[in-house]
Write a protein that binds this ligand. Structure first.
Ligand code: NAI
Length: 710
């Protein structure tokens, strides 16, 4: 795990190399091995210095996330037990920095979280000069805080003010940025890393950290000084305004630094541990880690891929339609190193896909995040065409033409005629059932839905839609395609609205229902923001387009008749679109006005939807906006549209930004308890109608005390 080598000068090099892992991480074994290695090192006779480095490409990637998930959800965990567990690394690091021997961290690669905290406990940090290397403390973004001294040593190195963005936002620095910020001491060419570390040791440095010297004053001063205390007042206010108290980690980090900087380092480390345990006991961190890291990672590794199917070797991706989505998909393919062939009705339109990719890449080059050579190589991988013959060698063809059954059927037949039997044919339709579209294909078992999100280059999620006739090998190969495109898949059975649009739609509709009842528009919007949704419901409706939503609603009612779901937003859309001609943001007017000087809620709403005499509390509005989505997600589980709870939660957070602090709608049910959710839902259903009725699955779970996650 950790190799040791003593040289003639008495310098001991500890090299991290966890067997069987691509990266070094802190798990229970690694922490024990490191503690032993430190003890053994400090007991070495004639020792003049220690160098810590890694044999992997990266230094240490941080804590093992499954271990953190286990701590957050483990059986019978208590504050006391957690305190002992999480304190282990902190104690080892303190031993290292006070052992009387100078220690250098020689960072040959990325060092994050606990890995970077280890470096901060060394007397000197030397880094290889490579732009791929990232240094930082991302724990705050996982709902946690750096619990091995990071909240104390970083501010003692660079000052409270400079440390806060790094701790709160988990900002990652390149070696040069870290050097400029004073976070590390020296950046050297990669092949001179160990030599530089040893050269510093050869100068006979003192093995005492600045914060262990008498009279130490952190850069900028301690938080007892008014200027520094002011920084915290402003930072707290800003953080609260941005997060509405949904993320306890930020508050805990601010408290840790504020309190810790008034204390000696040993007492400060105790304060840090106390806040860390508090966060572990709060459901937010565990839910976020499970959904956004553990479940997401498993989805990326193909958790839902049918077993035993030979992988599809994906090299060449065909795209039909070079519009917004087609161009985005072609770009994603080229970016992932694949060849993309993009077909449209004329050459200019097809070439639009290359222009789209060039736009993105030019911006990257201008920002120094890519070279002209990289850009040109990427663009060369996108081949525009108007001829179906050019699709012949594709491993998959993804259709993204107009949302029109006849047009889609036509291109499906033409693609089928040239494709090999083993190629997958996929549709990016957002509303048309896959089973129906597959009827146009001569090989419906090779037909599948790949629902991308806009803008494709930024949105990580792909909903893989399994039609009635899609075969399991085709599903496996569709997941191979998503992996080759470096996106995250969830698997959804074909049905109206699939999963994401269906559940997301209830959030917007509930906003419209509230408006119709006479709830103040500003109250509705604030409640959406406070819930932690990326956009409030009325603004979101404008963004999607009121005209489009109205049309989709009409189509659904025409298709389903009495079976169409109860949609409380329908009359509001009819008024807005048919009576008022306000069709949303693109049309220049919706629930908001979009005149010069920015967007503002349209004052005329008061006349159309008169305010009710009694207004609900903001908490009541938040509850409705949240529960309506949670219940719809549960209905999707009840109908077995999804194969695992993890897909529902990952899809919600990545697909429409469902309040990330919850870890997703099903994690939220587990946190609250199914019986609590059923109780609230029944009460709301009595008042507002069947859209709040809990589905049978949820009632069963409540009766039996079951959870979505084991
Ligand atoms: P778009 O209108 O920007 O692009 C469609 C492209 O298809 C146009 O370039 C058009 O010239 C081309 N096209 C039309 N008929 C063709 C044919 N017979 N042969 C070859 N090319 C043809 O539309 P957009 O927004 O890119 O949507 C495409 C598909 O993706 C639709 O099915 C849509 O529902 C779906 N989708 C759209 C999302 C969005 O946010 N815009 C999100 C997810 C899916």
């Amino acid at each position: 795990m950790i190799d040791t080598q003593l040289d003639a000068q008495g310098v001991l090099t500890l090299t991290w190399d966890m067997p069987g892992k691509k990266q070094n991480v802190f798990d229970a074994d690694a922490m024990a091995a490191f503690d032993e290695a430190v003890d053994a090192a400090l007991a070495t006779e004639g020792l003049t210095g220690i160098v810590i480095t890694s044999a992997k490409r990266d230094f240490i990637a941080g804590a093992d996330l499954s271990m953190l998930e286990g701590m957050a959800f483990g059986e019978g965990r208590t504050a006391k037990a957690l305190y002992g567990q999480i304190g282990a690394l902190s104690r080892t690091l303190r031993k290292l920095e006070t052992g009387g021997v100078p220690v250098v961290a020689a960072l040959n690669g990325t060092a994050l979280g606990g890995g970077f905290e280890l470096a901060l406990a060394c007397h000197r940090i030397v880094v290889a000069d490579e732009s791929r290397i990232q240094l930082g403390l991302p724990e705050g973004t996982l709902g946690l805080l750096p619990g091995a001294g990071g909240t104390q040593r970083l501010p003692r190195r660079v000052g409270a003010q400079a440390s806060l963005p790094l701790l709160l936002e988990g900002k990652r620095l390149s070696p040069q940025e870290a050097l400029a910020a004073g976070v590390v001491d020296e950046v050297v060419p990669a092949d001179g890393l160990l030599a530089a570390a040893k050269a510093w040791l050869a100068t006979g440095p003192k093995a005492v950290q600045p914060w262990d010297r008498k009279g130490f004053r952190p850069p900028g001063g301690s938080t007892k000084e008014p200027d520094v205390a002011n920084v915290f007042m402003v930072a707290s206010a800003m953080f609260q305004a941005k997060t509405f108290g949904n993320y306890p980690a930020g508050k805990a980090i601010l408290s840790c630094v504020y309190e810790g900087l008034r204390l000696d380092i040993d007492s400060a480390l105790e304060v840090e541990k106390r806040y860390f345990v508090e966060l572990l006991l709060d459901p937010v961190a565990g839910n976020m880690i499970r959904t956004m890291f553990v479940s997401l990672g498993e989805a990326n590794k193909g958790a839902r891929r049918p077993v035993g199917v030979e992988p599809l070797d994906v090299r060449r991706v065909g795209v039909l339609g070079a519009g917004l989505m087609g161009a985005g998909i072609a770009y994603a393919a080229a970016k992932a190193g694949l060849a993309a062939v993009v077909l449209d009705t004329d050459a200019d339109k097809a070439a639009g896909a290359v222009a789209y990719a060039r736009g993105i890449e030019d911006r990257k080059v201008a920002k120094g995040r890519g070279t002209p050579e990289q850009r040109d190589a990427l663009l060369a991988r996108i081949q525009p065409t108007t001829s179906f013959d050019d699709l012949a060698d594709c491993d998959v063809v993804i259709e993204a033409v107009f949302e029109d059954r006849a047009v889609k059927a036509d291109v499906t037949r033409k693609a089928d005629a040239v494709l090999s039997d083993r190629a997958v044919l996929a549709s990016n339709t957002s509303t048309l059932p896959i089973t129906g579209l597959a009827e146009a294909s001569s090989r419906p078992e090779r037909f599948v839905g790949l629902h991308f999100f806009s803008p494709v280059e930024k949105m990580q999620l792909v909903e893989v839609i399994v039609g009635d006739r899609t075969s399991e090998p085709t599903l496996a190969h569709a997941l191979d395609v998503v992996k080759a495109l470096r996106k995250t898949p969830i698997v959804v059975r074909d049905s109206r609205g699939f999963y994401t649009s269906r559940v997301f739609g209830t959030y917007v509709s509930e906003g419209l229902a509230l408006l119709r009842e006479g709830v103040a528009p500003a109250l509705i919007e604030n409640a959406g923001r406070m819930l932690g949704m990326p956009m409030p419901p009325l603004a979101l409706a404008d963004e999607v387009g009121l005209g489009l939503m109205h049309q989709v609603g009409r189509q659904t009612r025409a298709d389903l008749g009495d079976a169409a779901p109860d949609n409380p937003g329908t009359p509001v859309l009819a008024t807005m679109v048919e009576t008022l001609g306000r069709t949303g943001k693109r049309g220049g007017a919706g629930f908001y006005g979009y005149a010069e000087g920015g967007k503002r809620l349209w004052p005329g709403l008061a006349e159309q939807f008169p305010l009710a005499a009694a207004q609900p509390s903001v908490e009541a509005v938040k509850e409705r906006l949240l529960l309506v989505q949670v219940l719809e997600a549960c209905r999707c589980m009840d109908a077995e549209l999804l194969r695992a709870p993890a897909d529902a939660d990952v899809g919600a957070v990545l697909g429409w930004g469902f309040a990330p602090w919850t870890g997703g709608p099903l994690a939220y049910v587990d946190t609250l308890g199914a019986s609590q959710v059923v109780g609230r839902a029944d009460a709301l259903a009595a008042e507002l109608g069947p859209r709040f009725s809990p589905p049978p699955l949820l009632r069963r779970m409540a009766e039996r005390g079951e959870r979505f996650y084991g």
